[in-house]
Design a protein around this ligand. Sequence first.
Ligand SMILES: O=C(O)c1cc(=O)[nH]c(=O)n1[C@@H]1O[C@H](COP(=O)(O)O)[C@@H](O)[C@H]1O
Length: 237
Amino acid sequence: MQRPLIIALDLDDAAKRRALLEQFEGESLYVKVGMELFYREGRQVIQELKEKGHQIFLDLKLHDIPNTVQRTMKELASLDIDIVNVHAAGGKKMMAAAREGLEQGTKAGFDRPFLIAVTQLTSTDEETMRSDLLINRPLSEVVQSYASFAKESGVDGVVCSAKEVPLIHDACGSSFYTVCPGIRRAEDAVGDQKRVVTPQEARELGSWGIVVGRSITSAAEPFNVYQAMKQDWEGSR
Ligand SMILES: O=C(O)c1cc(=O)[nH]c(=O)n1[C@@H]1O[C@H](COP(=O)(O)O)[C@@H](O)[C@H]1O
């Protein structure tokens, strides 16, 4: 599969979401359905997006006891989604339970959605890790270790900053998926993100996929920004 630029559909009503997607009419996209959208529009939005031919990353970042995560993943597997995620901080047993639930819930003849684990949110930096999470280890070491734990637990890849991709490839191999948010062009507002790179840097660092939200969804001309970022991301490969 071509390495995707995944658009985060973080918009605060259905009309805005539809108006945005109308500008991409005819394009087959990879979109991210996050908590804001799923909690508002539910399972129906997955069907609507699939009918338009889009691939879907369902980003609900599960983090709970293993039994609850397993049962929830079993439910989510009945949706027509391509990627789903958990927080690696839930631990190895929880990640393994997530994978088991997905397998149990995937209907015969269908592909199991990819399971990825968030290592450390891209809105976190080392200072926040120390002061708020009481983790006194270098951030890159924590991300690399969580990626290894995810792999050991049967998870297919991780969410991380592109900055950490080379270290993750060293620990987990280059076929381990790395999905990277915190993507900005030089001229974009960074907002709450801390570990930020451009699409071109993400490509050079070897990311499998990138997630872009506000740079596209808040732009005056979202389709043009999407095309420009996609070109930057794909380069000449
Ligand atoms: O799991 C995610 O998608 C995610 C993980 C992470 O570490 N950082 C992160 O920003 N995200 C998501 O990626 C998107 C980034 O949006 P922008 O900052 O607007 O580009 C948001 O929908 C976040 O929820």
